[in-house]
Ligand binder design. Structure first.
Ligand code: ADP
Ligand code: MG
Length: 739
C-alpha cells in the first residue's frame, strides 16, 4: 500500500505504526511528525568510531558506543540466576561499569572485544573507598550494519525502552514520506545569512552526509530559534512603545535630597553613575526597563531606595518585590531603618513630607492586611514592600510609578506583562540581581532590558575563603566542619548551616512539583528515586536536631524554613539578627538578601544539590562585616564528576561574573531560557547562549528591522508561527493579540 504524503502535523501513529508511535509518545512525548523531526540527535559518531565517556553527567540518560573490556558472571546471592558485571571503554581508555541481572540472556552478545551501543542512566557506584561511574539498568543493542550511505551514526536523546537506533529508524521512515515544509523565512533573509532551506536542514540534521552538512543544517535551525526569540522580544518592545509611562523627574527639596543628606556612607562610583542613569530614565515618559547587576553586597538596596524616593517625590508610589516573604520583611525593616524619620509618615516624630513604608504579605492578619491595603489605595504608603503577589493580585495602588524587583533574575516576560497590563500608564521597572547575566542572556531572555552594572564593592569588605569538603572520601573532614563552627562561635561570630530540603513532617517524596525553596537539583530528581542509587537530599528538619544534640550541642541553634508560619520565621530571623542565636540551620529561604554582618560561617550541606549561582548567593550571606568569612561546601560526590567540577568552580573564584560564565558552561542551557521554567516544552533545542552570541546579535538586528516594517507580522504568517513554536503558544499568542 502506498502511503499518502505526510506533513508536520500528521500523527506519528498514522505513519510508523502503533507500537513505535506509542513508545515515542509515551516515553518522549513525541506525538506528531513535527515533534519527531524536531527531536534532533544529541551527537554523531563516525561509523567505526567510539563515543567519549569522559564528561558524562551523573543522572543523565546517555547512549554510548563502546567496546567491552571485561565481562564476568557470578551467581546471584539472593535470587536464582546469574549476574554479569562488565566494563566498557572508549577509544581514550575511559571506562564505565555495567551490571546485567540476566547474564544467561546477554552473555552471548556481551563478549570482550565487541563494540555495542549501550544506554542507561549515569550513576555513581561506591564500593568501599572506591567510587566509579556506572550505567544503571543498561540496555544495549548491536550496531546496524547496512548503512554505507550514512557515514555518521546519529545518537538521539533516548530513554529506557526507546533506544537511539529505534528513534533513528522512525525518523528515517518519516523523512522518506515528508514533503519539505514551507519555509517561514523570507527568501532575502535566507540569502543574506546564507541559510539552508528548512526542509533540507531538517533532513540533514538527522542524516548528514558530511561534517559540512551537519554544520549548515544546525546553523539554519539555530538561526530559527534565535530569530523566533528575538522576534517575540521585538514585538513586545514595539508594543511597549505605545504605552507611555508617567515621568517622575528629579525634584529639588524632596525626600531624595533629604535622604542623601543623612546617608551614613559615601556612595560608590558605581552607585552614583547607575543612580544617574536611573534618575534620567525615571524622568522620561517612556517606561524604564533597567536591570542593575551588582555582585552580592554591592549595595543595590540603596540604589533602589533612591529611585523609589524620586518617584515618591513626584507624588507616586513605588513597589519593591522580593522573592520570599522573609526577604520582603527584612527589606521593609531595613528600608525603615535607613530612612529613619523620613520613612515614618503618619507617625509621631516623623519629618515633614515623610512617606510611609508598608509591608504587604500573604501571611499578615486580616486586620493588618486591611490597613495595609487602605494605605496603598489612599496613597499614604509611598513605598510598598512585598512578594510578587502584590502585583499579581488585585491590590489597587493610588498611582504606581515604579516597580523594583529584587534578586529575581528570572522575573519573566509574563510578570512584566502583568505589570504593563495594569494601568493606563506603565510603571517604570527596575530589576536588581546579583546573578550576573552574560550579554547573550541579557539579549535573549531580557531582550528589552537596558543593563547597568555596579562593578565595585563598597570599601572595607572582608574576603571569604571557600573550601570543598569531600565528606564521602574523607569522613573525618566532617568533624572539622563542626569544629570550625564552634571556633567561629567562640570568636563571637555566627554561622549558617544550609540544607537542600525541609524534610520532617513536610517530606513527601511522591510529590510531583518541586518546592520553590528546594535546591535546584542539577540532576534529574526522578532518576534518583527510581534507581535508589542516590539518597534523598539532606533535610534541615531531619539532620538539624541531630547536630544540635550531637556535634553542635550547647550552641544556641535556630531553624528556619519556608514552611514555618510567617511570624515564626520573622522571630527566628530577628533572633539571629540580634545575636541571640549562634547557628541558623536553614533551607534556601536565606538565599538572597539576608544581611547579618556578624555571621561569618556558611556551611552548605549536600552542596552539589544546589545551582552555582545559588551557592554564590548563599556564600554572599557571610563576609558582610569586618571579620573574614568562611564557606564550606560539603558533598559526597566523588572527584572527577561534573558535580565536583561545579563546586571547585565556586571555590576557585568569588567573582560572580566569572562564575556566571562557568555556570553557563556547565549547566544545561534550557534552564536559563525563560520558557522552560514554567514547565512548558521549549522550542529552544539547539540555541546556546554561550556559543551563539553572534547569531543572537544578528537575529536581534534582523528581527528589529522586520518588526519595524511589519509591526504585527501581518504579512509574515510563517514567522508568526515561528514565534509561537519558539517561545510557546500562550506567550506568543498573548504578544500577537496585544500588538
Ligand atoms: P546587595 O547589593 O547584595 O543587595 P545591600 O544593598 O544589601 O547589597 O548592601 C550590603 C551592605 O552594604 C548593606 O549593609 C549596606 O548598608 C552597605 N552599603 C551599601 N552601599 C554602601 C556604601 N557605598 N558604602 C558602605 N556601605 C554600603
Ligand atoms: Mg540585596
Amino acid at each position: 500500500m502506498a502511503l499518502a504524503r505526510i506533513d508536520l502535523d500528521t500523527r506519528l501513529v498514522d505513519v510508523i505504526g502503533r507500537t513505535s508511535a506509542n513508545a515515542l509518545g509515551g516515553k518522549l512525548e513525541l506525538h506528531t511528525v513535527g515533534d519527531l523531526v524536531r527531536h534532533y540527535p544529541r551527537r554523531y559518531v563516525e561509523r567505526g568510531k567510539l563515543t567519549d565517556i569522559a564528561g558524562l553527567e551523573v543522572g543523565e540518560y546517555v547512549t554510548v558506543i563502546a567496546t567491552v573490556e571485561s565481562a564476568t558472571t557470578r551467581p546471584m546471592r539472593t535470587r536464582r540466576g546469574k549476574l554479569m558485571n562488565c566494563t566498557i571503554r572508549d577509544a581514550k581508555g575511559a571506562t564505565l561499569s555495567c551490571t546485567f541481572f540476566n547474564a544467561q540472556k546477554v552473555q552471548s552478545f556481551i563478549q570482550v572485544g565487541r563494540t555495542l551501543m549501550f544506554s542507561g542512566t549515569v550513576s555513581v557506584f561506591r564500593s568501599g573507598r572506591q567510587t566509579t561511574l556506572q550505567l544503571t539498568h543498561p540496555e544495549f543493542e548491536e550496531l546496524e550494519e547496512d548503512a554505507e550511505d550514512r557515514p555518521f551514526i546519529s545518537i538521539y536523546p533516548a530513554t529506557k525502552g526507546v533506544r537511539s537506533q529505534a528513534i533513528a529508524r522512525s525518523v528515517r521512515q518519516v523523512l522518506a514520506l515528508l514533503d519539505d515544509p514551507t519555509d517561514p523565512l523570507p527568501e532575502d533573509l535566507r540569502q543574506e545569512h546564507e541559510l539552508m532551506p528548512l526542509g533540507a536542514a531538517l533532513r540533514k540534521i538527522h542524516v548528514p552526509q558530511s561534517e559540512a552538512d551537519r554544520h549548515a543544517a544546525k546553523g539554519r535551525l539555530v538561526w530559527d530559534e534565535a530569530f523566533g526569540v528575538q522576534l517575540a522580544l521585538s514585538l513586545q518592545r514595539e508594543r511597549a512603545m505605545h504605552r507611555p509611562a508617567a515621568p517622575s523627574p528629579r525634584k529639588a527639596g524632596g525626600l531624595l535630597e533629604a535622604f542623601d543628606a543623612i546617608l551614613p556612607f559615601p556612595l560608590t562610583a558605581g552607585q552614583k553613575s547607575v543612580g544617574e542613569e536611573i534618575a534620567e530614565d525615571l524622568g522620561r515618559p517612556l517606561p524604564m526597563n533597567r536591570l542593575v547587576q551588582g555582585d552580592v553586597g554591592a549595595g543595590k538596596t540603596v540604589v533602589a531606595l533612591r529611585a523609589m524616593l524620586q518617584v515618591v517625590d513626584n507624588g507616586r508610589q513605588a513597589a519593591m518585590l522580593a522573592p520570599t516573604e522573609v526577604l520582603a520583611t527584612q527589606h521593609a525593616r531595613s528600608l525603615r531603618a535607613m530612612l529613619g524619620p523620613l520613612g515614618a509618615g503618619g507617625e509621631l516624630g516623623s519629618s515633614d513630607g515623610a512617606t510611609r513604608i508598608t509591608l504587604l504579605t500573604g501571611s499578615m492578619s486580616t486586620a493588618e492586611r486591611r490597613q495595609a491595603l487602605l494605605d496603598i489605595q489612599s496613597g499614604v504608603a509611598g513605598i510598598v514592600v512585598g512578594t510578587h503577589a502584590i502585583i499579581e493580585d488585585t491590590v489597587g495602588f493610588a498611582e504606581l510609578g515604579l516597580v523594583v524587583v529584587d534578586e529575581q533574575h528570572r522575573f519573566g516576560v509574563e510578570q512584566r506583562d502583568a505589570l504593563r497590563g495594569r494601568g493606563e500608564r506603565t510603571p517604570h521597572l527596575l530589576v536588581m540581581t546579583a546573578t550576573p547575566i552574560p550579554r547573550t542572556v541579557a539579549m535573549t531572555v531580557y531582550g528589552d532590558l537596558e543593563v547597568s552594572a555596579l562593578t565595585e564593592l563598597p570599601k572595607g569588605r572582608s574576603p571569604i575563603r571557600t573550601t570543598v569538603v569531600p565528606a564521602g572520601e574523607k569522613p573525618s573532614w566532617l568533624e572539622r566542619v563542626w569544629a570550625r563552627i564552634r571556633e567561629e562561635v567562640a570568636a563571637g561570630h555566627q554561622c549558617y548551616v544550609v540544607f537542600p530540603r525541609v524534610g520532617g513532617e513536610y517530606a513527601n517524596p511522591k510529590k510531583k512539583g518541586r518546592d520553590p525553596e528546594d535546591a535546584e537539583d542539577p540532576d534529574d530528581a526522578e532518576a534518583d528515586g527510581e534507581d535508589g542509587e542516590r539518597r534523598p537530599p539532606l533535610a534541615v528538619l531531619d539532620i538539624g536536631p541531630k547536630l544540635a544534640e550531637g556535634p553542635l550541642a550547647g550552641l544556641r541553634i535556630g531553624i528556619l524554613h519556608g514552611k514555618l508560619p510567617a511570624d515564626e520565621k520573622d522571630a527566628v530571623m530577628r533572633a539571629f539578627d540580634a545575636g541571640e542565636l549562634d547557628v541558623l540551620m536553614a533551607t534556601t529561604v536565606i538565599e538572597v538578601g539576608v544581611d547579618v554582618p556578624n555571621a561569618t560561617g556558611m556551611i552548605i550541606m549536600d552542596a552539589d544539590r544546589f545551582g552555582l549561582s545559588q551557592l554564590h548567593q548563599l556564600r554572599g550571606r557571610v563576609g558582610r562585616g569586618s571579620a573574614p568569612g568562611v564557606c564550606l561546601l560539603v558533598t559526597d560526590m566523588p572527584g572527577g564528576t561534573t558535580a565536583r567540577e561545579r563546586l571547585d568552580a565556586v571555590a576557585s573564584t568569588t567573582d560572580g561574573f566569572e562564575l556566571a560564565r562557568l555556570d553557563l558552561e556547565l549547566r544545561r542551557e534550557g534552564d536559563i531560557l525563560g520558557s522552560s521554567q514554567s514547565g512548558r516544552r521549549s522550542g529552544l533545542k539547539l540555541l546556546s547562549l554561550l556559543r551563539h552570541e553572534n547569531v543572537i546579535s544578528e537575529a536581534r538586528l534582523s528581527a528589529a528591522r522586520l518588526v519595524a516594517s511589519d509591526p504585527g507580522l501581518a504579512h509574515h504568517p510563517g514567522l508568526r508561527a515561528l514565534v509561537a513554536e519558539t517561545v510557546g503558544d500562550e506567550e506568543s499568542a498573548a504578544y500577537l493579540d496585544k500588538v
